[in-house]
Design a protein around this ligand. Structure first.
Ligand SMILES: [Zn+2]
Length: 191
């Protein structure tokens, strides 16, 4: 059993994907973006330097875009992503999980509340739910869209955790929503 059963849902409508090699090159390019640099720097400051092998492109079986496992690093699913922006987005999201794992020694990915908290933060801080991305996904509601979007994605990720039923995921998300949504570390405020 993997230690951190985190998997990011891929969008419902997907064509193609890319080769593992193309994806690996996009991961390299993502490492030069300011957000990824910033998160890498703060991981190092927190005592968790990441090696060159930490983020890997792989072909994923289920409908997932990427994942993070404690001790196993980050995977980016080449077969469910198409463009640089998507790859960078997954890398940023997963680095926030890595940061949470690093700063909280007792973080337990089998605990639905811990998992939900990290998903709330990753969803909020990575910009996964920026309105332009939501428009591309076909979710057009504007008012309150950002929080609705984060909630939807938290539920998808946490219910994919074999330790969390749908009811447990929902309860966990509601219980920690305010604290975790407002916890923007290592950023001063949500980027
Ligand atoms: Zn996640």
């Amino acid at each position: 059993m993997a230690d951190g059963p985190d998997s990011e849902p891929a969008s419902a409508v997907r064509r193609g994907g890319m080769t593992v090699e193309e994806c690996q090159n996009m991961i390299q390019r993502s490492l030069r973006t300011p957000m990824v640099k910033f998160l890498k720097e703060h991981l190092e400051k927190a005592g968790c330097s990441i090696g060159s092998n930490f983020i890997k492109a792989v072909r994923c079986p289920g409908a997932m875009a990427g994942g993070y496992t404690s001790g196993g690093g980050i995977i980016v699913c080449s077969n469910h992503l198409q463009i640089q922006d998507e790859v960078t987005q997954v890398v940023i999201h997963e680095l926030i999980h890595a940061y949470d794992d690093c700063r909280a020694a007792n973080l337990d990915w089998h605990n639905c509340t811990h998992h939900a908290c990290s998903e709330i933060r990753a969803g909020h801080l990575s910009g996964d739910c920026h309105y332009k991305r939501e428009l591309l996904r076909g979710f057009l509601k504007i008012r309150g869209h950002e929080q609705d979007c984060v909630r939807r994605r938290v539920m998808k990720s946490v219910t994919a955790n074999p330790y969390c039923s749908e009811a447990a995921a929902k309860d966990a998300m509601e219980a920690v929503w305010d604290i975790c949504y407002n916890d923007t570390k290592p950023f001063d405020r949500a980027p």
